[in-house]
Ligand binder design. Structure first.
Ligand code: UTP
Length: 263
């Protein structure tokens, strides 16, 4: 059975984007001509998802719903239903994912962080989906990180060599830093999860930063021997910081309008 639902956590505080996010939720900040969240929904639709469960904070719920439904569906998004679900308090990414449990049920699902946008032509969800053997195991999108990023990302514990881009994983550690890092492969915001992640998250206590960490649930999936990684060739565009948003606008603008725009 192919994967037909995506969970898109978008309820973070967005402190690195202040003052822009004092009133406007980070997921609704514009990148060229559409809010960041729309790129994630478009990506999920391209991978065949029919349903996008968007996890938002209390203020953003109705805005996100309106954005996707006002005057009918947006062009290209006619076949995907966007369903907001509210995370009342920003208790962490793992908690945000668990808020989607009742909408997803016992289906395997794509998970996409909306503050990372894929580069044009570099979608990874289809590869993650096929690596999951149609949702039988969880698959994490990975990128090789340089030293400075090992203290900013979740880093995985490899359990095999990389073959055709895929490897088995024994778990993951949140923001380990250079000395403690079990590898250089970082978790970059695109995943396929089996529904067992929800029961794991239910039992996950707050971790790094006092937040319920998705990485801690990934560690448990690894312990159970049901975790794989996919090493993506390209980094994603990070629109969660002012510098990243500027770079993303430039790169997506280059793709949309061509280099002559900047001459
Ligand atoms: P970040 O780690 O970027 O956190 O979240 P943030 O709160 O959004 O931003 P800063 O650090 O304050 O600037 C990674 C992803 O997880 C979602 C965010 O929306 C983002 O897509 N998230 C995080 C939630 O949905 N809920 C949370 O409680 C935390």
């Amino acid at each position: 059975m192919s994967i037909d639902v995506a969970v898109i956590p978008a309820a973070g505080r967005g402190t690195r984007m202040r003052p822009a996010t004092r009133v406007v939720p980070k997921a609704l900040l514009t990148v060229i001509d559409r809010p960041a969240i729309q790129y994630a929904v478009e990506e999920a639709a391209r991978a065949g998802a029919k349903e996008a469960v968007v996890v938002v904070d209390l203020d953003a719920g109705h805005l996100v719903a309106q954005h996707f439904s006002l005057d009918g569906a947006l062009p290209g998004l006619e076949d995907i239903q966007v369903r907001p679900v509210v995370q009342e308090e920003a208790l962490g990414l793992g908690h945000a994912v668990s808020e989607a449990a009742h909408m997803v049920g016992d289906r395997s699902f794509f998970c996409l962080l909306s503050d990372n946008i894929v580069r044009p032509g570099h979608d990874v969800l289809a590869s993650l989906g096929s690596g999951s053997r149609d949702g039988a195991v969880s698959v994490m999108c990975l990128r090789e990180l340089s030293d400075e990023f090992l203290s900013r990302y979740g880093v995985v514990i490899p359990d095999s060599d990389v073959v055709d881009g895929f490897l088995d994983l024994a778990g993951a550690v949140e923001k380990p830093g250079v000395k403690a890092a079990p590898s250089r492969f970082g978790l970059v915001g695109r995943y396929v999860f089996t529904p067992e992640v929800f029961s794991i998250l239910e039992k996950t206590s707050p971790g790094v930063g006092g937040e319920i960490q998705l990485t801690d649930a990934i560690q448990e999936l690894g312990k159970r021997g049901r975790l794989r990684g996919y090493v993506a060739g390209e980094s994603l565009l990070d629109v969660g910081t002012p510098e990243g948003l500027l770079i993303a606008s430039y790169e997506l603008g280059l793709d949309r309008y061509g280099p002559e725009l900047f001459e």
